[in-house]
Every structure is written in structure tokens, then in C-alpha cells.
Design a protein around this ligand. Structure first.
Ligand code: HEC
Length: 217
């Protein structure tokens, strides 16, 4: 008798547990889509005209009005578009540079992709980067009493800002200064503080300069 009750209690407890588990299904709101994010490429490098597979998250279920650029060129030929994968034909005129996926007006992280057989001119610190700092208030706010100074190459590279080195040579998108310019740093404000902010193409150029080694050129 006691054994039967045990058995019945066990069965009903299991039943309730299953029902309880099921009743949750469908009532959870869908996970809100985050900004698109690129995690990797296959292959690592390729020629213009080859197929590039981009793996990541939140690309959206279908292409719609979303866009992808490879080294500054819009990819017109898309073979596949899904939330986690895009396959495209690398545009004819694409050169080594950033790949960005833009969904609903929101741009993904920019990740450098090497288009083989193309030569990318070095971004120059003196001609391309220093003038950006001089003309956008950076030197004014960061040239005097602040720990970070951006008025000379040597001071920029000193590594003594409150959050350590702001430039990681070889890794543009991983550098603190690029995160501050894109507004993705984990601390403080987007730079220049109070805006107006730099355009994506200007930030891409500084990022490429860092990826190319952050040379004093
Ligand atoms: C109006 C003043 C102002 C302007 C203009 C400005 N900054 Fe800043 N910046 C700050 C202040 C204040 C902080 C510290 C608080 C923070 O991180 O938001 C800071 C922090 C930073 C940091 C993080 C350094 C660290 O370790 O704390 C970087 C990198 C940076 N700025 C780069 C720039 C660049 C590049 C520009 C120009 C495109 C710029 N800033 C323009 C005021 C300014």
C-alpha cells in the first residue's frame, strides 16, 4: 500500500514538473536583437570575386535593406543571408580593409579582412591621423593637464592614460582609442566628448593605421 502511494506521488510530481516546464514555453518574450556582430571569416583571406562567409550574430533573418561592405566596397552579390551567416561575392574593386554589416541603420563591429593580391597604401600618422586629433578638439582637451596627450606621436604612444595604453599596435578595433571613438568602450563617454563624432570612414582609417602597426610615418 505504502509503496503504491509512493509510486503515485512520484508519477504526479514528475507530471507536474513536466507540465510546469511546458507552461513556460511560448510565454518568454523573444530575445531582443542586439547590434549585428561579426565573429569570424571563412576563409581568412581571399581574392576579389571569391566567396566570403561571414559568421556572427544578429544579422537578421533575411537581407532586406541591410548591407555589407568589404574594404570600403558594397557587396552586391549575396548568396545567403541568415541571422548568423552571410555568404557573398567579394566585390571586384575591394581591397584589404574593414568588413562591416549594417542592419536597420546599425553598423556591426568592423573587422579587417585581407583581400589577396591588393596592396593597401600605409595610412600616414602625420598626414591622416594627427590632423584628425588637431581638428576635432582632441588636442585641446587631451594636450594639457589630462594623463592622455594626443598632441605628438610620442605622447600618444606613452601608455600612461588612466586606462593604460590607448593604442595596441596591430589591433585597431581592440584599441581603447578606437572603442572611445566608436562609443563602444566600457567606461566614460564617446569621444570627442560632447560630439560632433567622427564619421565611420575617418575612424576606419585610424583603426587601419593602428592595425598596420601604428607607425610614426
Ligand atoms: C571636451 C573635452 C574632450 C574632447 C574634445 C575629447 N576628449 Fe577624450 N576624454 C575627455 C575626458 C574628460 C575623458 C575621461 C572620461 C571618459 O573616459 O569619458 C576622455 C577620455 C578619453 C580617452 C580614454 C583615456 C583614458 O584612459 O581615460 C581617449 C582614448 C580619448 N578621450 C580620446 C579622445 C580623442 C581621440 C578625441 C578627439 C577625437 C577626444 N578624446 C576628444 C575629454 C575630451
Amino acid at each position: 500500500m505504502i509503496r503504491t502511494y509512493f509510486f503515485l506521488a512520484f508519477v504526479s510530481a514528475t507530471f507536474l514538473a513536466v507540465i510546469g516546464g511546458c507552461s513556460d514555453m511560448g510565454s518568454n518574450p523573444p530575445k531582443p536583437a542586439g547590434p549585428p556582430h561579426i565573429t569570424s571569416f571563412q576563409p581568412d583571406s581571399a581574392f576579389a570575386g571569391d566567396t566570403l562567409k561571414i559568421v556572427g550574430t544578429d544579422f537578421g533573418a533575411s537581407k532586406g535593406s541591410s548591407t555589407v561592405t568589404v574594404g570600403g566596397k558594397n557587396a552586391d552579390t549575396i548568396y545567403l543571408w541568415s541571422a548568423n551567416e552571410i555568404r557573398l561575392k567579394i566585390p571586384a574593386a575591394a581591397v584589404t580593409g574593414n568588413v562591416t554589416v549594417t542592419v536597420g541603420g546599425t553598423a556591426s563591429n568592423a573587422v579587417t579582412f585581407k583581400v589577396r593580391g591588393t596592396v593597401v597604401a600605409d595610412v600616414s600618422f602625420v598626414l591622416d591621423v594627427a590632423p584628425v586629433f588637431a581638428n576635432n578638439g582632441c588636442v585641446g582637451c587631451h594636450g594639457g593637464t589630462n594623463n592622455l596627450r594626443v598632441d605628438t606621436y610620442a605622447r600618444l604612444m606613452l601608455g600612461t592614460s588612466l586606462n593604460g595604453p590607448v593604442i595596441t599596435p596591430g589591433n585597431g578595433e581592440g584599441s581603447v582609442i578606437i572603442k572611445k571613438l566608436r562609443g563602444t568602450a566600457s567606461f566614460g563617454d564617446r569621444m570627442p566628448q560632447g560630439g560632433p563624432f567622427l564619421s565611420n570612414s575617418v575612424i576606419d582609417k585610424i583603426s587601419l593605421w593602428i592595425t598596420q602597426g601604428a607607425k610614426n610615418n
